[in-house]
Design a protein around this ligand. Structure first.
Ligand code: HEC
Length: 163
């Protein structure tokens, strides 16, 4: 009787141990599989997507900023537009203040009633540059930006070419 009772009891214990060993291991594998598979494609997709447009915008910005100091200042494309915007209302269109007409290259270079306003190669000696630098010109209205004043300086220092 004792022998017969202990065999199924041992089998039950063995089953219980087997189930206990299996139960924790199967959800652990399931969790591991879910964690490993689900987040990794979600992370890798947005990581790649912003990297490509960032690189794409950086490349032309660097190329554009490298071109500006390398190439010479153009009178027709960069300097005359500054005069047209800030100066010619008083120096050429409504009146010609101080006899200084700024509507064309030839007139700018011929100076005012007091003589040359542009000394080619020397921005520091050119009254045109100095009066803009110290804010005396334009006498009224909007002022050129720092970048535009630098364009005037660079153009005069480059020999004030008609380019
Ligand atoms: C609102 C009118 C006005 C504007 C705009 C103006 N000027 Fe004048 N500018 C004058 C007057 C008026 C004089 C004569 C001196 C004075 O009254 O200060 C003068 C004088 C000058 C002189 C000195 C001429 C000399 O013989 O001594 C220079 C150089 C000059 N301007 C450059 C410029 C430049 C460059 C700009 C644009 C960035 C400009 N001006 C915009 C009114 C103006």
């Amino acid at each position: 009787m004792r022998f017969q009772m202990s065999l199924p009891f041992l089998l039950l214990v063995g089953l219980a141990v087997f189930l206990a060993a299996c139960t924790p291991s199967s959800p652990a594998t399931a969790e591991g599989t879910v964690e490993a598979s689900t987040p990794s494609p979600t992370h890798s997709v947005p990581e790649v997507t912003p990297t490509e447009p960032l690189l794409a915008t950086t490349t032309p910005t660097v190329a554009a900023s490298n071109e500006t100091p390398a190439s010479a200042v153009s009178y027709s494309r960069q300097v005359q537009p500054i005069f047209d915007t800030y100066c010619i209302s008083c120096h050429g269109v409504e009146r010609i203040a101080a006899g200084f007409d700024l509507t064309s290259y030839e007139k700018v270079m011929s100076g005012s009633k007091n003589g040359a306003m542009v000394i080619p190669g020397s921005a520091s000696e050119s009254l045109l540059v100095r009066l803009v630098e110290n804010g005396k010109m334009p006498k009224r209205g909007a002022k050129p930006t720092t970048e535009q004043i630098q364009i005037l300086r660079d153009w005069v220092n480059a020999g004030a070419p008609n380019n």
